[in-house]
Ligand binder design. Structure first.
Ligand code: MLT
Length: 400
């Protein structure tokens, strides 16, 4: 009999969004006459931009011709795509070597897989609330997690406690689920803390494209010293509507070199490269060709148009909650609205209440950590019509 990875016993039965899908499916089965408005998982609804779609088609056509056909690609990603990402960073005033960029199938896999680079006795700081993949993937490999509290008092932007040592620090900014976004000075405090502790920051920038204020950093590398302490993950899921197409990128600077127990130098870049070339055959050429187009001026314009559409949804939700006197966070530099559950409900009660009463599906804050237990997340990725209808129902239900 195989000995199993019993760390899985320590996980909740199902992944947050699988649980929501499960509960929603039961409701739909029992109430087929009551159509739902889904504002739960952050899944996009706008189609791909037309030049991006054209690039996808071009990629397919190249596969049809012996002269342009592609087999296995480089595990790190095609040069065209890596260069396009590096140029995008440059356009934001951030220097990232094309060589330090690894193209992937999205930030979810990479933020989960990165645990493989580290031993199991590290002090790992993870904000609470936050994207549940960080905690779950650490539990899966038997790691202990130290939570750092985000709450209304610190505007969901926890800062380091200088008395606490750390080896690995997760930061998600703009934050999923709260929408809170660190400014440059705050990120500098984290970078200095990481350098002092010889820690690594795992920085998830999946929502950087939603940042509306050019003064706010969309990359940790906008901060001096970050190349010596941070890995950055990003995704085209939300930026370019690639939740179904799948593409992301991870930056592992070559400066990230640490000392092994026997005194040898170990480079995280070399380790990640070794991991990827062993376990990953790369994102498909077709998708990478389209991903490169995302970062062209035309692609960026098309993506911006979609982002503006979602931001209008976020504004509509924010206005409605303000009108209803419900305290909320986010919705400005982020597609998510994070609100306090009304009438002292906890977040799963609020989930059931909204589902039963107005057939609106959202995400209970408890799924993002203990500190989310009295909050609820709505996504702005729905259609405008559905968002409008959902807000009408909110007013009907919660208006005094
Ligand atoms: C979310 O709803 O939090 C995200 O869509 C999940 C993800 O990006 O994997």
């Amino acid at each position: 009999m195989p000995k199993l990875n019993e760390n899985y016993l320590k996980l909740k039965d199902s992944y947050l969004f699988a649980e929501i899908a499960h509960r929603t499916a039961i409701y739909t089965k029992e109430h087929p006459d009551k159509p739902l408005i889904r504002l739960g998982i952050g899944d996009v609804t706008r189609p791909l931009g037309s030049s991006i779609l054209k690039a996808l088609h071009e990629g397919v056509e190249e596969m049809a011709d012996t002269a342009t056909f592609k087999g296995y690609g480089p595990e790190q990603g095609y040069t065209e795509t890596r260069d396009a990402v590096a140029a995008y960073y440059k356009s934001k005033g951030v220097d990232v070597d094309s060589d330090d960029i690894f193209i992937s199938d999205g930030a979810k896999s990479d933020t989960g897989n990165v645990t493989e680079l580290f031993a199991h006795n590290n002090v790992i700081l993870i904000p609470d609330p936050v994207y549940p993949v960080y905690v779950d993937s650490n539990i899966m490999c038997g790691n202990q997690v130290t939570y750092i509290k985000g709450d209304a008092e610190n505007e969901f932007l926890p800062m380091p406690d200088e008395r606490q040592h750390a080896d690995i620090i997760y930061i998600c900014s703009p934050n999923n689920p709260t929408g809170a976004c660190y400014n440059k000075e705050q990120l500098k405090v984290w970078v200095d803390y990481a350098l002092k502790n010889e820690a690594v920051i795992l920085f998830d920038a999946a929502y950087e494209a939603f940042i509306s204020d050019p003064e706010l950093p969309g990359s940790i590398y906008a901060v001096e010293g970050a190349r010596r302490c941070a890995i950055e993950f990003c995704s085209l899921s939300k930026t370019a509507g690639f939740t179904g197409t799948r593409c992301g990128y991870t930056v592992v600077p070559k400066e990230l070199v640490f000392t092994a127990s026997d005194g040898q130098s170990m480079s995280l870049h070399a380790m990640w490269n070794r991991r990827q070339s062993t376990k990953y055959n790369g994102t498909s050429y077709i998708v990478q060709h389209a991903a490169a187009q995302v970062f062209s001026s035309e692609g960026i314009r098309e993506c911006r148009e979609n982002l503006e559409y979602y931001k209008a949804n976020a504004r509509l939700m924010a206005d409605t909650l303000s009108e209803l006197g419900i305290r909320f966070f986010g919705g400005v530099h982020s597609p998510y609205i994070w609100f306090e559950c009304p009438d002292g409900m906890d977040s799963w009660e609020c989930f059931d209440y909204l589902l039963e009463e107005i057939q609106v599906v959202g995400t209970p804050g408890a799924g993002f950590g203990e500190n989310g237990k009295n909050y609820f997340r709505l996504t702005s990725f729905g259609t405008y019509e559905n968002t409008q209808e959902a807000m009408k129902r909110f007013k009907r239900l919660l208006g005094k």
